[in-house]
Design a protein around this ligand. Structure first.
Ligand SMILES: Nc1ncnc2c1ncn2[C@@H]1O[C@H](COP(=O)(O)OP(=O)(O)OP(=O)(O)O)[C@@H](O)[C@H]1O
Length: 270
């Protein structure tokens, strides 16, 4: 990862590409509770959109809808121009949407390297099984390429020193970085991050920031970032959306959101 190269590829403030994602009046209800209330949002390619708001504002529920874990009660979700509102999580995952969760999802009994390999194995599952069994050269080359990619991402996420250690023995900060590594290893188009800095120390937070910034600036990634660490969001996001009681209270640049009196009253404080 070279941040200088990354910064050249897309200068800060560049509006990014066409919309990767469009939410149109997305509403999610749980019985009488409206968790997400008619949210309309465009996410241009290559941008980081920060999603902030108080506890219970509907941020995670919105990510659940975009990642196919929860079908909206109303409204439409459009990915690269196609309506994906009713698509399943596994379909969306195969089509380039990845997410992390507030609680890490690593497999404790696998090593760091094996954990990062899982999404790649899953993507190529079943393909070339005969080639594997016969040890055919083209399959060996494919496997070597996958392992090389795994090692690159493990290094990028600062996990090389623990790559052969089982995940169950890692402290929480390392586990969160492992979760992130698993989410980016197969180069998703859209990454949904749910409180990625929670449990990270200062150095780990800075590493995560640099890795994310590099990927985004090189147009490799579009991100929706849910995060309570306001400085982290404001430092990374091209745009910030503040949700309150399921609805969009404000949508603007980090500077606009920081000085928005309604956002200050509802969430940021003074
Ligand atoms: N499975 C569920 N069943 C019923 N209500 C739910 C469910 N999931 C979320 N809610 C409710 O929906 C609302 C939004 O919750 P959500 O977790 O999306 O908020 P959030 O902004 O992510 O909060 P936090 O910052 O605390 O993670 C809350 O009132 C919550 O209690």
């Amino acid at each position: 990862m070279n941040l200088a190269q990354a910064a050249q590829a897309r200068p800060p403030g560049d509006p990014g590409g066409e919309n990767v994602l469009r939410l149109a009046d997305v509403t999610v209800r749980f019985g009488g509770i409206t968790a997400v209330d008619a949210v309309t949002l465009d996410v241009p390619g290559g941008q980081v959109v920060g999603l902030i708001g108080p506890n219970g504002a509907g941020k995670t529920t919105l990510l659940d809808s975009v990642s196919g874990l929860r079908t909206p009660t109303e409204g439409r979700i459009v990915l690269d121009g196609a309506d994906v509102t009713a698509r399943t999580a596994s379909w969306l995952s195969r089509h380039g949407i990845r997410r992390t969760f507030q609680r890490h999802q690593a497999f404790g009994w696998l090593t760091v390297r094996q954990n990062v390999l899982v999404p790649l194995e899953w993507r190529t599952r079943g393909r070339g099984l005969l080639g594997d069994l016969l040890g055919l050269p083209h399959r060996r080359r494919e496997t070597e390429a996958l392992l090389q990619r795994v090692d690159e991402v493990v290094e990028l996420c600062g996990l090389s020193d623990v790559r052969d250690v089982s995940a169950a023995t890692l402290p929480i900060g390392r586990l969160r970085l492992l979760e992130f590594a698993r989410a980016i290893v197969d180069s998703p188009r859209l990454l949904l991050l749910d409180e990625p800095t929670s449990g990270l120390g200062q150095r780990e937070t800075e590493l995560l920031r640099e890795v994310l910034l590099g990927l985004v600036r090189r147009h490799e990634l579009t991100v929706i970032l849910v995060e309570h660490d306001v400085d982290f969001v404001m430092g990374l996001a091209d745009r910030v959306v503040c949700l309150v009681q399921g609805a969009v209270l404000a949508d603007g640049t980090p500077a606009e959101i920081r000085r928005n009196p309604e956002v200050i009253a509802a969430y940021l404080g003074n």
